[in-house]
Design a protein around this ligand. Sequence first.
Ligand code: UDX
Length: 476
Amino acid sequence: MKISVIGAGYVGLTTAACLAEIGHQVFCADSDEQKLAKLRKAEVPFYEPGLSPMLQKSCAAGRLEFGTTEEAIDRSECIFICVGTPPLENGEADLSAIEAVARMIAKRASDYRLVIEKSTVPVQTGSQVRRILMLHSTNSLDYDVASNPEFLREGTAVNDFFHPDRIVVGVESTRAADLLREIYKPVLDKTFTCPVHPNCTKNTDVRFLVTDTNSAELIKHASNSFLAMKISYINMVANLCEVVGADISKVSEGMGLDPRIGRAFLNPGIGFGGFCFPKDLQAFVRMAEKSGCDFSLLREVEKINKLRIERFIEKVRKELWVIRGKRIGVWGLAFKPNTDDVRFAPSLVLLQALLQEGAIISAYDPEATEKAQAVMPNIKYCADAYEAVKGADALLIVTEWEQFRQMDWNKVSSLMESPLIVDGRNMFDPQEIGAKGFRYISVGRESVAPPPSAANAAASSSPSMRHEKQPQDSTV
Ligand code: UDX
């Protein structure tokens, strides 16, 4: 099928490349000339595992092309709108880019178009798009508007496209439902060659859920807000664990064994970030309020999330006493691993606060350095994780990149001024890392001091957390 995708951000570009990979003829548009220039050379302007080789393959085969929005409208019957919906000052989603595209479609297209919203939008956006199409249509355009919310996660977006838990389509006509089923047929029938797993046996039964447009739009916002709520919930339970001497890892495990709860998204830490959860939560609350529904439950979720950074810094303060002049090594800047995205990343708020208190920061991230540097130029960015801890009074773990599990801990310890780790992502077993000679503070678990032989004067003289244990010897 001929398909156009308007907007080449994380969602749009991944969707375009994946649709081309399953055999469609895809035209992807973006208004940013610089981005287009890169894409025309088959270069991906951000880091997303697996995307680049797939995109290069489809471009070379002529199945994926890039150009302007006008061309995208002319080329295909089915048009995915994947433009940005950033937050306004009041938390509502800014839908001006969606409106502009709808208007352009109305003015340009002369025969049938299926306009599919993929950007995350508030409920009833589809009705507004329909209204714009009707209002501005100059060529008696025949159209359908559908909602096909995107559930892909950054870092695993390609995998999520090929192996979705569900495909949701919100439609108002059988024609639109049939076209969308046709688009996703290769995924539903599993007739594609999986670019992620060799000899792939996944996708036995993907549910294709057809709803009305309002319900589909709501499914997306309600899902993201629910997941955000799960994270804030477990973060509060983690706070309680720290006070009463329980272990959040065990609590999450025990809760997650109940299939009604599930283990996913019960990892406590320094809070959720990224371009989806924080803005979607705000937009959902605003939309509910405008509709006369008091969703203050979600306001609490947001509030709890904002307090995560302060609580984390409080742990650092407790350990270092004075932050001014202290050297702090930071591992991880991206809002989560396997992405270079720092939008609404907890790291930015954390580092800004530490800078204000006079800390000297050296940070390392495997992929996000360039993007972090653009918004926070006044810290030192390091070429590797070891450089970031040179002379450090503390190491803060902010993003749980897999490579941080494979470190030479003797080297890390010898490079640091004082072997103190404050881990915002619970990457390590406290006992094991303590046995390596580190004082280790994490989230919702006991703090661990190194065994007496490895103890370092600075660490042992620092004010201790409650429920502190001496580790048994073991390896990390
Ligand atoms: C999210 C949704 O998962 C996805 O379905 C939607 O399409 C877009 O928004 P994404 O923002 O890529 O995806 O990341 P996700 O993996 O959901 O994580 C979001 C944030 O929550 C990250 O900052 C992550 O570190 C944090 N998180 C996640 C936790 O703090 N604890 C958890 O248990 C899970």
